[in-house]
Design a protein around this ligand. Structure first.
Ligand SMILES: NC(=[NH2+])NCCC[C@H](N)C(=O)O
Ligand SMILES: [Mn+2]
Ligand SMILES: [Mn+2]
Length: 328
């Protein structure tokens, strides 16, 4: 699609709002799973030249407050497990703040790029764009969730209690909570329809998650499907499901890629997408002209230090492709 064919609901594709979220509280930090470091990803990506490349190579106008938000001011004095969720109050407070930041950019017509952080931050990003696009265009957004995992556990189905395994359940309303300080701030205008959600790259899905996907008829393309049909056909089917002329929020978990390309991530799973397949997904979304927001999450430069620069470079490539860099 040429830029002349850009649908009118789109943000100005040259106008970006960047939000850097240094948050790792959505994954365990217990002795059994000590994996801090995902909070260092935004700085690693920026130091590798992300903002500069967006401005200079891609000629974007970037609005960025120059900060990697750690949200330490939101750290609650106590944060006991609740419904099995670990650090629920902190994750809720951070995602609420992220939601407002993303909303502000999206409401102003900017394409929002959020650098995580673990995937729990998508509770903030998707709720922010869903609300802004509803208000600005009276439209529902669609989400393409590229991930090895479905991240659709409810607090009750989750084995780990890690909130980065639950964002889709909260966003779709499959998990709800009245307590304002534990995601009760999520209102209908923040939500995403299960019919407007498409997964690509799945290969490590919990039992409870499979049941949820099946019962709600959620569209999911696993690695099996990618192998069977090839990524070209998968993208035709994924975009066909969403329908043209629908604003798309792309939430890209770097662990969708095979650990050969992106080893530095907290929950790596073998048998994933090649870097080219990941880039291709982003290029196809860029081609639609309907991208309104992109999340890049779960890059953890402190894990697999030898692979850290590869992982950061893979992340950069994903962002550039989603923003149209490799299209002619
Ligand atoms: N965003 C991620 N990397 N999520 C991994 C989730 C793993 C597992 N399904 C869980 O609920 O804990
Ligand atoms: Mn994820
Ligand atoms: Mn994942």
């Amino acid at each position: 699609m040429t830029s002349a064919a850009q649908p009118k609901f789109l943000p100005n594709r040259h106008d970006l709002g960047v939000v850097a979220v240094g948050f790792s509280g959505g994954q365990a930090r217990t002795n059994s799973c000590p994996k801090p470091g995902v909070d260092a990803a935004p700085m690693a990506l920026i130091e590798a030249g992300l903002i500069k490349q967006l401005e200079e190579d891609l000629e974007k106008k970037v609005t960025y407050d120059g900060k990697v938000h750690a949200y330490s001011e939101l750290l609650p004095t106590e944060d006991p497990d609740y419904r099995g969720m670990k650090r629920p109050k902190f994750a809720s407070a951070v995602t609420k703040e992220v939601s407002e930041q993303v909303y502000t950019h999206a409401k102003a017509g900017k394409l929002v790029v959020t650098l995580g952080g673990d995937h729990s931050i998508a509770i903030g990003t998707v709720s922010g764009t869903a609300k802004a696009i509803r208000e600005r265009l009276g439209r529902e957004i669609a989400v393409i969730w590229v991930d090895a995992h479905a991240d659709i556990n409810t607090p009750e189905t989750s084995d780990s209690g890690n909130i980065h395994g639950m964002p889709v359940a909260f966003l779709t309303g499959l998990a709800t909570e009245d307590r304002e300080d534990v995601f009760g701030w999520l209102k209908p205008e923040h939500r995403l329809s299960t019919k407007k959600l498409v997964y690509i790259g799945l290969r490590d899905i919990d039992k409870g998650e499979k049941k949820i996907l099946r019962e709600h008829g959620i569209k999911a393309f696993s690695m099996h499907d990618v192998d069977r049909h090839g990524i070209g056909k998968i993208m035709d089917m994924a975009l066909g499901w969403i329908g043209s002329d629908t604003p798309i929020h792309l939430s890209f978990d770097i662990d969708a890629l095979d650990p050969i390309y992106a080893p530095s991530t907290g929950t790596a799973v073998r048998g994933g997408l090649t870097l080219r397949e990941g880039d291709f997904i982003c290029e196809c979304v860029a081609e639609t002209g309907s991208l309104i927001a992109l999340d890049l999450v779960e890059v953890n430069p402190s894990l697999d230090e030898q692979g850290a620069s590869d992982t950061v470079r893979a992340g950069l490539s994903i962002v550039r492709c989603a923003l149209g860099d490799t299209l002619l």
